[in-house]
Design a binder for this molecule. Structure first.
Ligand SMILES: [Zn+2]
Length: 116
């Protein structure tokens, strides 16, 4: 299950990001997942729950947003792809993928320590 590896990396990045800040609690992580990244959002959330259990991020919610795949082709096609469009939907050739294969952390929602 490669979602587990991805979730582990996300948790590591979140750790590094909040380490030097007065963060009391992580509320949520929003992750943007490309439509063609071959990631199952439910499994990703489930992995995140397992990894954060018992640790400082326990109870944080993971939100997964899907980023649509957009491609451009030499035939002139440029636009969004369907889930099964492994070749250009217009000419059947190889397209150039402009977006839709990446996984990135879009937003972190945190509760900060009281300043007082
Ligand atoms: Zn084409």
């Amino acid at each position: 299950m490669h979602e587990f590896g991805i979730a582990t990396e996300i948790v590591n990045v979140v750790k590094e990001t909040v380490e030097s800040r007065p963060v009391k609690r992580l509320v949520s992580v929003t992750v943007e997942v490309g439509q063609l990244a071959m990631v199952n959002p439910e499994q990703l959330k489930f992995s995140f729950e397992i990894i954060t259990e018992g640790g400082p991020f326990e109870g944080a919610e993971m939100r997964v947003e899907t980023q649509p795949a957009v491609a451009k082709c030499k035939c002139g096609f440029e636009g969004a792809l369907g889930d099964e469009d492994y070749v250009c939907p217009k000419c059947g050739g190889m397209y150039e993928l402009l977006s839709g294969r990446d996984i990135c952390i879009k937003n972190l929602e945190v509760e900060l320590e009281d300043e007082s």
